[in-house]
Design a protein around this ligand. Structure first.
Ligand code: NAP
Length: 304
C-alpha cells in the first residue's frame, strides 16, 4: 500500500503557483487576491479558513477575511457579496459553508459573480464543467483529480465508484471522472443513500477506484473492496476522543489498497491547493481582460 500524500502534492502545486506569481509581481503587476467570508462561529470552518489564508501566503497571494456575525440577515450578506463582486481588486471570493440555517446557501452561491467563484459551486461554473467547458471546477473534486495526476494513477477506462452525491463533492467528482478530461474517461457509478446494500457491495467489490464522501467513520470496510483498489477518502469526521478520521476503516482496508489517501493529510490539503489554482486562474483571466481593455483603449486612442 502506498499513500496518496496530499501534503506533498499540495506543497508542490503551491510552490509552482508561487513561482508564477513571483514572475507577475517582478514584472510590476499586483498579486492575486482572495477574499473569504466567514459567517458566525463554527470550529471546523475556522480551521478550514485558517488553512486557506495560510496557503494564500505560501502562494504569494493577498487575502482578506471578512467576518460577519451569526445574526447577519441574508439580504445584508448578499449586499456584501455584491460589493465584493464589483471590486476589481478581488480575484476570487469564497463564502465558507455552512452558513447559518436562516440563510439559504444556494442563494449565496448564486450571488457570487461566476468569474470570482473559485469554489466552482455557482450554476454557471458547475454547468460549464459538466459540459466539459472551461470553468472553475469544484475545489475538492478538482483537488482529487490533481492528486491522481500527481501520482500518475491511471483513470482512463477504469471502473470508479463514487459514494455520496452532494453538490460539493460526490456529484462533481462523478462528473469529472467520467468526462473527457485529462484526468477522466472512467466508467463511473454514483452511489447514495438509496443504493441497496447488495448493489453497493457488488459495485465496490469490483471497483478500481473508490471515492467515498458520506461523512460516516469506518463506512468502507475490508470486505467491501478488492485487492489493489485505489481509495480516495474524502470524509472528515471528528470522533468523541478528538481524533480526526475519514470514511474508511484505514487500519483494516489500507492493506488491500494499492494507493490510499490518509486523513488528515489527503484530500483536505488538495481542496485548498485546488482553490489556489482556481484563484490564479481568476487572476490571469483578470489580467487578460485588463490587457484587452488596454488594447481597446489604444485602438480608440489611435482613431482620434
Ligand atoms: P453531505 O452533503 O452530507 O453528503 C453526504 C452524501 O453521502 C449524501 O449524498 C448522502 O446521500 C450520502 N450517504 C449518506 N449515508 C449514506 C449511506 N449509508 N450509503 C450511501 N450514501 C450515503 O456531505 P459532503 O459535504 O459531501 O461531505 C462528505 C464528507 O466529506 C464529510 O465528512 C465532510 O466533512 C467531508 N468533506 C471533506 C472535504 C475535504 O476537503 N476533504 C470537503 C468537503 C467535505 P443522500 O444524498 O441520499 O442523502
Amino acid at each position: 500500500m502506498k499513500l496518496l500524500d496530499g501534503k506533498i502534492c499540495a506543497e508542490s502545486l503551491v510552490a509552482g503557483i508561487a513561482k508564477r506569481v513571483a514572475c507577475y509581481v517582478n514584472s510590476g503587476l499586483r498579486k492575486p487576491h482572495m477574499t473569504v467570508i466567514l459567517v458566525g462561529e463554527h470550529a471546523p470552518s475556522e480551521s478550514y479558513v485558517k488553512s486557506k489564508i495560510k496557503s494564500c501566503v505560501s502562494a504569494g497571494f493577498e487575502s482578506a477575511l471578512l467576518r460577519f456575525p451569526e445574526s447577519i440577515s441574508e439580504s445584508d450578506l448578499l449586499a456584501n457579496i455584491a460589493e465584493i463582486n464589483g471590486n476589481s481588486a478581488t480575484d476570487g471570493l469564497i463564502v465558507q459553508l455552512p452558513v447559518p440555517k436562516h440563510i439559504n446557501s444556494q442563494n449565496i452561491i448564486n450571488a457570487i459573480d461566476p468569474p470570482k467563484d473559485i469554489d466552482g459551486f455557482h450554476p454557471t461554473n458547475f454547468g460549464r464543467m459538466t459540459l466539459g467547458q472551461k470553468a472553475f471546477r469544484p475545489a475538492t473534486a478538482y483537488g482529487i483529480c490533481k492528486l491522481l495526476q500527481f501520482y500518475e494513477i491511471p483513470v482512463k477506462g477504469k471502473h470508479c465508484v463514487v459514494i455520496g452525491r452532494s453538490n460539493i463533492v460526490g456529484k462533481p467528482i462523478s462528473i469529472m471522472l467520467s468526462n473527457d478530461f485529462e484526468i477522466g474517461n472512467a466508467t463511473v457509478t454514483l452511489a447514495h443513500i438509496e443504493t441497496p446494500r447488495a448493489l453497493l457491495l457488488d459495485e465496490t467489490r469490483r471497483a478500481d477506484i473508490i471515492v467515498v464522501a458520506v461523512g460516516i467513520p469506518g463506512f468502507i470496510t475490508e470486505d467491501m473492496v478488492k485487492e489493489g483498489v485505489v481509495m480516495i477518502d474524502v470524509g472528515i469526521n471528528r470522533l468523541n476522543n478528538g481524533k480526526l478520521v475519514g470514511d474508511v476503516d484505514f487500519e483494516h482496508v489500507s492493506a488491500k489498497c494499492s494507493w490510499i489517501t490518509p486523513v488528515p493529510g489527503g484530500v483536505g490539503r488538495m481542496t485548498v491547493a485546488a482553490l489556489m489554482i482556481n484563484t490564479l486562474m481568476a487572476y490571469e483571466n483578470n489580467l487578460m481582460a485588463y490587457e484587452n481593455n488596454l488594447m481597446a483603449y489604444k485602438d480608440n486612442f489611435s482613431l482620434e
